[in-house]
Write a protein that binds this ligand. Structure first.
Ligand SMILES: Cc1cc2nc3c(=O)[nH]c(=O)nc-3n(C[C@H](O)[C@H](O)[C@H](O)COP(=O)(O)OP(=O)(O)OC[C@H]3O[C@@H](n4cnc5c(N)ncnc54)[C@H](O)[C@@H]3O)c2cc1C
Length: 325
């Protein structure tokens, strides 16, 4: 495992003499491949973000739990990175330990308790899961085929599209809690609402989703795949391709964020290399070498104008993470 340890030379004691860097990096490397100063721009769909002090790539839920526990024992801040599709990472990056969740094991579907259930580790791709299930003749997930996040991220945000959301299919999740315990938590206890959950509301501080148990319904594979193809086509016509975090703001009650942003004249507006999409005004794009500061300036401008004109406070859907905006 020592080959995975890539400490840069003369980089030590940056954290106020706690010895966090080298010692913790070494201990984490015994659990999973770990390196220092990994640029997070490589791991976000925006293609933006400064370095993580320590970046650990875990490949199972067990490694995920062990890495979190090890980092916490050293009192290091921990950030769980799913697919990086709903975050804007600051230009100075993230202090402490970023855990790159590549735990992707899937068991099932199998018949249990009168239903067809599968268990997916939290790093599994939500979209890939939806596509595989449809091909195998299991329905209930077609709406998720274009959501580029992980199962963990989908639970945290109650990801949804085209009339479906995670709450519709989630039975339970295994959580690693801040005290180190693992609990099988029923979906109802996660309080999933529109892009919110106990995680986003700060009601489960330090909780990590290790896996999720999801319910599917047997169906006709050809019809399910056709439904996914139709959703793909609809997405392609309505949403831009490129480096983005998807919807930037949540839709305010009874309104659509893109319409508000359009109405205040920001379609196509650009700051540096960050641009509001001309196709979908709630998609903010990195059209070159945009910085987090560019994107967050564009977000502030949208918030300011929408507040001024409509008296509405736009709420971020994309989460700002780390330092340097
Ligand atoms: C092109 C595009 C289209 C999109 N379309 C949609 C859409 O239609 N519907 C929709 O809902 N969203 C959409 N999104 C947003 C995004 O894909 C979802 O919010 C997704 O659920 C985020 O998952 P992620 O794994 O990428 O999370 P990340 O961005 O990696 O992380 C987001 C947050 O979740 C936390 N987190 C991630 N995994 C865990 C875990 N295992 N345990 C605890 N916390 C965790 C992170 O710490 C972070 O705070 C889109 C994004 C893009 C780029």
């Amino acid at each position: 495992m020592s080959g995975a340890l890539q400490a840069p030379p003369q980089r030590e004691r940056r954290h106020g003499g706690t010895g966090l860097d080298a010692d913790l990096l070494q201990r984490l490397s015994a659990i999973a491949p770990s390196r220092a100063d990994e640029p997070l721009a490589r791991h976000t769909t925006f293609g933006i973000g400064g370095p993580a002090d320590i970046f650990v790539t875990v490949r199972s839920a067990d490694e995920l739990a062990r890495a979190v526990t090890e980092a916490r024992a050293a009192a290091a801040p921990v950030f769980i990175l799913g697919s990086g599709s709903n975050i804007l990472v600051g230009d100075r990056g993230v202090r402490g330990v970023v855990i790159d969740n590549q735990a992707k094991d899937i068991e099932g579907p199998a018949r249990r308790d009168g239903a067809w259930l599968l268990r997916a580790e939290s790093g599994a791709s939500f979209a890939a899961l939806a596509r595989r299930l449809a091909k195998d003749g299991y329905g209930g997930f077609e709406w998720a085929s274009g959501i580029p996040g992980s199962v963990g991220g989908a639970v945290v945000y109650n990801a949804g599209a085209y009339g479906g959301c995670a709450a519709d299919v989630l039975r339970s999740a295994t959580l690693l809690r801040a005290d180190g315990s693992r609990t099988a938590t029923p979906a109802a206890d996660l309080k999933l609402t529109y892009r919110n959950s106990i995680f986003t509301r700060g009601e489960c501080d330090g909780c990590v989703v290790l896996d999720a148990t999801l319910e599917v319904v047997p169906g006709d594979a050809a019809a399910l795949v056709a439904r996914i193809d139709a959703i793909d086509a609809e997405r392609l016509s309505a949403q831009p391709r490129g480096r983005t975090g998807g919807s930037t703001f949540k839709n305010p009650e009874g309104r659509r964020a893109w319409e508000l942003i359009d109405a205040v004249g920001l379609r196509g507006h650009r700051i540096g290399d960050a641009q509001i999409s001309t196709l979908h005004c709630n998609f903010f794009m990195n059209v070159g070498a945009a910085t987090a500061a560019d994107v967050s300036a564009l977000m502030s401008e949208a918030r300011r104008r929408v507040k001024e004109r409509f008296g509405i406070d736009l709420q971020n859907e994309v989460a700002l993470v780390g330092e340097g905006f």
